[in-house]
Structures are given as structure tokens and as C-alpha cells.
Design a protein around this ligand. Structure first.
Ligand SMILES: Nc1ncnc2c1ncn2[C@@H]1O[C@H](COP(=O)(O)OP(=O)(O)OP(=O)(O)O)[C@@H](O)[C@H]1O
Length: 822
């Protein structure tokens, strides 16, 4: 199937186009064509003339009455041009129809793994409506869906749902013309499926027919021409060969929609501040420059742009260029059920699967993200149709181990063999471990796409069907073929992370040297319990190995090894090793060793690690099925005398996790009320995302804590009204990080106390620009006991003159906090 799909991307379009257009008469009187022509004319009523920046687009779209003479002239010119074009018999309709057919062919089948090579499922058969909201409601600094799960299982009542097909529509009177839409969503939440469904509905003539051409351009494919120079026109010719005949002037006449799917996968950097200005579709430049010019509206100012991205990469697009932000949030509870009903034609089976999922809280939460629905469907279908059912998966390692086991079994059933279906042959094992190596080596570098040479380096023979058939079809796939170059990837990032962990665990059991180079770390060991350990010493015991891997993962800034290290801990349990049917050499782990691993996790000293990331230590415990900390925190929450109970650091991570997950918004979080260490208090910071008032005074917080505080605040800005940070060494750098949150229009903070925080005039600058961008909420700002100096305060006062500024009280006196009314 993958090969089919890969071929279908480019070469088939060419043949489709040439076959289709061969010998076909064009009927200029076709009513369809006339309608299309009228459409184009009416579209031009809404579009602005070229040459204006996107960021100022909206003002120029208010209708003819308010247009400047130059705009009217340009508009008449475009109307005339499109009319001449139609009348001169341009094969507009033909090109559009050809493109629609090609797009339909490309989008009507889904590309998720399938065990039957060559057979694809129809998108419309399994496509289930997703929960998409307008606006950004959740944290944007996380890139992995698993971490997102911990936040999105609760819905915010202020969210405004929006249908995928409506994302370019003006839905209320307050809205202006929507030209650039940015759709955020974590991995596997359904962004590509949404793009595919939008394109299919357009190609089938069902939705958005006012758009002349929908032009999807996947960022992972654009990577392939990263080093080449192209004009926008030649770029379209390369990726949409059905459009070979279109000319530069056509592009300026039609209403186009460019879809850039998967910005996070792009390997180019978008320099919005400094770049070559391009307004001509035939002008040659790099892909990134073309993209920036399109987004800014310098190039084809009337073209619509839709960008999808995982949250971690979305920041690359300046908010001023975006007219609408939407977020794919996954499936609601009823959509989850709908998904399983659509997936299985056997109604009884789907009913049983749904009731099993409902009975398991962890599975039910996981199914919020569609890709987990898919994995769960595969695992549960197998378990339900088997005689001995066994225990349902409870942890992620459980689920993924079962998933891999199902793949192994399917292969055996398909190709026969003497062993029991669950057992692996040496060849299978070898192949899976080679894939594991590929997964691991590229995960370390942050790569999710591989070329043939990467496969060869890991001993994988790309020409072998074994890579695509049997055991690997739902694990690994050839994504596309462009310019005769194949690109490969794992069906999902989490599968890459799981196989990478399997491989690393295997290396540990056979004492492979690669493990040593991975586990070597340069920073001084931050773990008090390992102070005596030399960094270069080989990892000998399981506890040492796992602790070093955890340490390595915590060193990563973006958490790209978090899920990997969770899987690694899960795989240390014999029960999970057994599920994998001989892929891992089973280790005899004495209970004392496992206990030591658990104790290490509970005692990790993470002074230098962000509190957000420390929560992963708690997740590692959960993957090892240790419920003790979880239970103790549940008891703590129920207890009357909370301040008397001493909380360890791991307790605080667990508490932070539970508080941020809670349906209820906390009225007040006062860190001083918890009987714990300074580090414990820091680990509670992520809970700020779910409270109205946060008192974090005199907690020895530094600028490092401000980073995680800012990211916690950005996640749910609508709740927090009061933030007190007096007496912490935040410094200017910390305040700068906080101001990133303050200037967000969604931030409704009313009181901010930063007294005695080691601030200088630089903080005044940061606060001034934050107040200028978001002047309407802050009422009280306390800056007393800092070294602000007069020029700093003066600048701040400048911002207060803004008529929109609502600040009522500013404390800024150095010696004595005197209240000054503004
Ligand atoms: N609307 C949907 N209906 C049915 N299944 C879906 C839907 N959306 C997603 N899925 C399932 O989830 C998988 C992942 O979806 P998709 O590739 O669209 O995610 P994504 O958000 O683009 O992820 P990534 O950021 O990793 O590219 C799909 O292969 C499919 O199995």
C-alpha cells in the first residue's frame, strides 16, 4: 500500500493529467463554467490588491465604498483580467477539474498502516469529526501528545468549537476577512487528517467551492528541495504536476488556498524579520523565502494560507500575520465512540471495545488523541477475538508492547511458520532491532524522516519487501517519492520512541557499547544519590542504567526523550518483556533491584531541572506500575491537616500533576503552605496553570523557575488573576520570560507583585512593551524594593498614558514601598 501511495503522489498525477486532458473538447458554454466565472468575479470583490502586507490586509477589505482610488483601479484591472481570461477560452475549468481529480485520488485513501499491502481504507469511511476550537487554549510549548493528554482531558467552557470546513469563513460580526489560519495540535491529533478531509471535500465539490484551487504542500516533502532555488510557480509545477499548464498570471487571478501541513517537520528556518522581498510568482528564491513572502502577503496577497503545526513549532509564525488560530483538540467522548463504531463493521465487537475503554480510565483518557484510538483499536480487536484475553493494558508500555505483539502475530498468521504465532524468528528479531536502531539514532538527533542511506547505515535493505510487509506495515512506511528519492518514517513518532527504547534496552541486556556513548553526559551529575559515580563508568546494574537514561532525558531542553525514557522504565518489568515474545532477552530482575529503581526515582534531586519536566519522573514510576506515590497524594488531598504532612519532591511532582489535571480550578495556590523543601515548592509550579491566585513569595525561585512559570501561565491564561512573586531572585531575565505571557491578549492577570526581585531598569522595558501590547487587564503592579532608576520608571509611565491602560496602582519606590496612585 505504501508503495502504491508513494507512486500515487507524483508520477500518477502526471499521467492522470495527460490522459485526462488528451483529446477533450472544451465546452465554453457549459453552465458550470459560467458559474465558475461568476464565482471568480465575486471572489475578487473580497480580495485586496497585491503589494500590501498581510498584516495590514484586513483593513483593506471593507468593501468598495471605503477603497482608495488606487485600490479601485487595481480591482477593476483584476476583474477585467479575469474576464478577458475566461472569454479568451483559457482552459481554466479543465485545469481545475484535472487538479480536483488528482487531489481526490490522493486524499480519498488514508495512509495509516495496513496489514494488507495494496489495500487502503477510504477516508470517508473512517473519518470521524474532530473537536477543533478557535483560539489557542492550551499550552504551546509541548510537542508531544502524551504530555498533552495530561492537560486536555478537561474541556474549557470558554472554547469555541469550529468545523474544519469553516476555518476560512467569517463567523461573527467582529471578525474580519480570514486570510492566514494557523492550526495547532499535538502529534497524532488529526491535523493531517483534517487537511486531507478539507481537500477531499473541496475536490469532490462538496465544500468551499468559492476557492478555485486547493494546493496542499507538505512540509516534510518541501524539505527535499530545501537546498534548491524555485519560484512559486515552479514549486507548484513540481508538487502539483497537474498544474503544469498554469501561467504566472493565472495565479494572480484565481482564489488560491495554500496548505502547509506539518510546519514542525520542516527543516528550514523562517526568517520573518530579515528576508528578501518577493512579489512576483516567477521570481526565484529559496523555499523559506517564498513561504515567508506568501504568509506576509507580499506574494499573492489574496491567496489564503493554512498552516498546520505541532505547538512547539508554531511560534515561528508571528501572531501579527495570523488572522485565525485554531486548535485540533482530538476526540470528545462521543466522538471516541463514533470512531470505534466506524472502524468496526462488527457492531457487537465495537460495543464491547467501547465498554472496555470506558471501564479503563487510562485507556479512555488516551483515546482523546486519535492516533491512540487507532493503536487501541488494533490491540483490543486482537484481545477481544482471542480466547485467552489477559489483562487489559494500563500503561503506555503495556499498550505499545501489545501493539508490537499483534504485528508479530499478524505476520505469522499471514506467512505461516512452525512456531507459535507470538514467537519471533531470528530474522524478525534482527529486522525489528535494526529498525529500533534507526529509531534510536534519529530520535537522539530529533529526526523523524529518513532517507535510504539512513536505512542502509542501520543494515536495513530498502529493496527488501520485508521492510514493508508483514511485521512492519503498521510500524514503518515509505512516506513519499519525490525526484526519485524515497523518504521513510515510522507510522507515528510514539512508535519510533517505543522501538528506540526496545533497542536501547536490548543494548543494555547484551552490554552493547553504543549504550555507553549515549549514557555519557557532560554536565556535573545533578543527582545527589549518584554523587560518587564517575560519568564515564560503564552502566552495570539496571538501576544505574535507568537513572543515567533519565538524567540524559532531563537534560534535553524540549523533552524529546521523555516518552522514550518512560518506555525504558516500563520495559524493565518482566511482564512487559514477556508480551514482546522473545524480542528482548528476558532478564532476571530481582525484586530488590526493581525496588532500587523505584527508590531512585523517588529520590532524584532535580535542582537544575524545570518543574514541568520533573513530572516525567513521576510518569516513569507509573510506567513501572508503582502506585504508592499516587495513593499517598490522594490521601494527602483528602486529609484535614495538610500543612503537617511532609511532602517529598516526588510527592510534589505528583501533586502538581494532579492539580493541573483537576476539573476544579484552585482558588489559591500558596507554596508556603506546603511542608516541603524549596525544590519541592518549585516542583509545584506547574499547578499554577489551574488556579486563580498564586502566592509564590520568598520561595527561592530564580529566573529558571520563571521559564516554567511562563509556560504554565500560557497554558491556561484565563484563570489566573493574581500572581505574587515578591522576594525571589527573578532578575531581569526572569521578568523578560514572564512578560512573554503578559503580552498575550489572552492573559487577564490583574495583579502582579514583583517586589524585591533584583530587578533593574531593563525589567521596566520588558514590562513597558508587555503593557503596550496588552494594556487592558493589569490593575496593580508592585515593583518596590528594586533598583529600577528614574529612566526605567519614566518609560513605564509612558505606557500608562495609553488611554487603554487600566493600571490603577504602581509601586515603584526603592526604599519604602509607598503607594502611589497613577
Ligand atoms: N478525524 C479522524 N478520524 C479518524 N481517525 C483519525 C482522525 N484523525 C486522526 N486519526 C487517526 O490518527 C492518526 C494520526 O492522525 P494525523 O496524521 O492526522 O495526525 P497529525 O496531527 O497530523 O500528527 P503529526 O503531527 O504527528 O503529523 C491517523 O493516521 C488516524 O489513524
Amino acid at each position: 500500500m505504501d508503495e502504491d501511495r508513494a507512486e500515487a503522489t507524483v508520477p500518477s498525477w502526471v499521467s492522470l493529467k495527460s490522459d485526462w486532458s488528451k483529446g477533450r473538447m472544451i465546452d465554453f458554454r457549459s453552465s458550470d463554467k459560467i458559474e465558475r466565472g461568476e464565482h471568480i468575479l465575486s471572489n475578487w470583490d473580497q480580495s485586496a490588491p497585491p503589494g500590501e502586507s498581510s498584516c495590514s490586509q484586513s483593513e483593506s477589505r471593507s468593501g468598495d465604498a471605503e477603497m482608495k482610488p488606487k485600490q479601485i483601479v487595481l480591482m477593476i484591472y483584476y476583474r477585467w483580467k479575469s474576464l478577458v481570461y475566461l472569454c479568451s477560452g483559457g482552459d481554466l475549468q479543465e485545469v481545475i477539474e484535472g487538479h480536483k481529480m488528482s487531489l481526490k485520488r490522493r486524499c480519498e485513501h488514508v495512509t495509516e498502516g495496513t496489514n494488507e499491502a495494496g489495500s487502503g481504507t477510504l477516508l470517508n469511511k473512517i473519518y470521524t469529526e474532530l473537536y477543533i476550537t478557535e483560539g489557542q487554549s492550551e499550552e504551546v510549548d509541548t510537542q508531544h501528545e502524551v504530555r498533552q493528554l495530561e492537560r486536555t482531558s478537561k474541556k474549557n467552557i470558554q472554547d469555541t468549537p469550529i468545523k474544519c470546513q469553516d476555518i476560512f469563513k467569517v463567523l461573527s460580526e467582529q471578525q474580519r476577512h480570514i486570510r492566514v489560519v494557523l492550526t495547532n495540535g499535538v502529534a497524532g491529533v488529526g491535523k493531517t487528517f483534517s487537511v486531507q478531509k478539507f481537500s477531499l471535500d473541496w475536490a469532490e465539490g462538496l465544500e468551499n467551492q468559492d476557492i478555485s484551487l486547493v494546493l496542499p504542500l507538505s512540509c516534510r516533502e518541501l524539505n527535499l528541495i530545501r537546498d534548491e532555488q524555485h519560484s512559486l510557480l515552479s514549486l507548484l509545477h513540481v508538487f502539483h504536476p497537474t498544474l503544469q499548464k498554469i501561467r504566472a498570471e493565472d495565479l494572480t487571478v484565481w482564489k488560491l488556498l495554500f496548505i502547509f501541513d506539518g510546519l514542525d517537520e520542516s527543516r528550514f528556518s523562517l526568517g520573518f524579520n530579515k528576508h528578501q522581498l518577493i512579489s512576483d510568482v516567477t521570481q526565484v528564491s529559496s523555499v523559506e523565502v517564498l513561504l515567508v513572502n506568501l504568509i506576509q502577503g507580499n506574494l499573492l496577497p489574496s491567496a489564503l494560507i493554512w498552516i498546520t503545526s505541532r505547538p512547539a513549532a508554531a511560534y515561528q509564525i508571528p501572531p501579527s500575520c495570523v488572522d485565525r488560530i485554531t486548535e485540533v483538540r482530538g476526540f470528545t467522548d462521543s466522538q471516541k465512540e463514533e470512531y470505534f463504531r466506524r472502524r468496526f463493521s462488527d457492531e457487537d465487537l465495537s460495543k464491547r471495545i467501547i465498554s472496555h475503554i470506558k471501564a479503563s480510565r487510562s485507556l479512555h483518557i488516551m483515546c482523546l488523541i486519535p492516533v491512540f484510538c487507532w493503536i487501541t483499536a488494533i490491540v483490543l480487536e486482537d484481545m477481544m477475538t482471542r480466547d485467552q484475553r489477559g489483562e487489559l493494558p494500563k500503561t503506555l508500555t503495556d499498550l505499545y508492547s501489545h501493539f508490537l505483539r499483534v504485528q508479530i502475530k499478524r505476520k505469522k498468521q499471514k506467512y505461516g511458520g512452525k512456531q507459535r504465532p507470538e514467537e519471533l524468528t531470528e530474522a524478525d528479531k534482527e529486522l525489528l532491532l535494526k529498525l529500533g536502531r534507526l529509531a534510536f539514532e534519529h530520535l537522539e538527533k530529533g529526526n523523524i524522516m529518513f532517507y535510504s542511506k539512513d536505512l542502509k547505515r542501520c543494515g536495513l535493505d530498502v529493496s527488501e519487501v520485508s521492510v514493508y510487509s508483514g511485521v512492519c506495515t503498521e510500524i514503518f512506511k515509505r512516506e513519499s517519492v519525490i525526484f526519485q528519492k524515497s523518504v521513510y518514517c515510522f507510522v507515528h513518532l510514539s512508535i519510533q520512541e517505543f522501538l528506540a527504547a526496545v533497542y536501547m534496552f536490548h543494548c543494555y541486556t547484551i552490554n552493547e557499547r553504543i549504550m555507553e556513548s549515549f549514557l555519557k553526559y557532560l554536565k556535573p551529575n545533578p543527582f545527589s544519590c549518584f554523587v560518587g559515580l564517575l560519568n564515564d563508568d560503564p552502566a552495570t546494574s539496571l538501576d544505574d542504567f535507568l537513572m543515567r537514561a533519565l538524567m540524559k532525558s532531563l537534560e534535553s531542553k524540549n523533552g524529546h526523550l521523555d516518552l522514550f525514557v518512560r518506555f525504558l522504565h516500563g520495559l524493565s518489568l518482566e511482564s512487559n518483556q514477556r508480551i514482546l515474545g522473545g524480542l528482548l532477552d528476558q532478564m532476571e530482575n530481582h525484586p530488590e533491584i526493581i525496588q532500587k529503581v523505584l527508590n531512585n526515582l523517588k529520590e532524584v534531586n532535580s535542582d537544575e531541572i524545570s518543574p514541568e519536566r520533573s513530572i516525567n519522573i513521576f510518569h516513569c514510576l507509573m510506567e513501572m506500575k508503582d502506585q504508592s506515590v499516587h495513593q499517598e497524594i490522594q490521601e494527602f488531598l483528602k486529609s484535614e491537616k495538610k500543612s503537617e504532612r511532609r511532602l517529598s519532591e516526588i510527592h510534589c511532582s505528583a501533586l502538581a500533576y494532579l492539580l493541573q489535571m483537576s476539573e476544579e480550578v484552585l482558588d489559591e495556590l500558596n507554596l508556603q503552605q506546603y511542608n516541603t523543601s524549596d525544590e519541592g515548592r518549585r516542583r509545584l509550579i506547574p499547578a499554577v496553570r489551574n488556579c486563580r491566585k498564586a502566592e509564590l513569595c520568598y520561595c527561592n525561585l530564580s529566573d529558571l523557575s520563571c521559564g516554567s512559570l511562563a509556560s504554565a501561565l500560557r497554558s491556561n491564561p484565563s484563570h489566573l488573576r493574581v500572581l505574587e512573586l515578591n522576594g525571589n531572585q527573578l532578575k531581569d531575565s526572569g521578568v523578560k520570560l514572564l512578560c512573554g505571557f503578559l503580552q498575550d491578549p489572552l492573559c487577564k492577570l490583574e495583579t502582579l507583585r514583583l517586589g524585591d526581585c533584583c530587578l533593574s531598569k531593563n525589567s521596566c522595558d520588558s514590562l513597558t512593551s508587555a503593557l503596550r501590547s496588552n494594556p487592558s487587564y493589569l490593575r496593580e503592579l508592585d515593583l518596590s524594593w528594586n533598583q529600577l532608576k528614574d529612566p526605567g520608571v519614566k518609560r513605564l509611565c509612558g505606557a500608562l498614558q495609553d488611554p487603554l491602560c487600566e493600571l490603577e496602582t504602581l509601586r515603584s519606590v526603592r526604599d519604602d514601598p509607598v503607594l502611589s496612585q497613577v
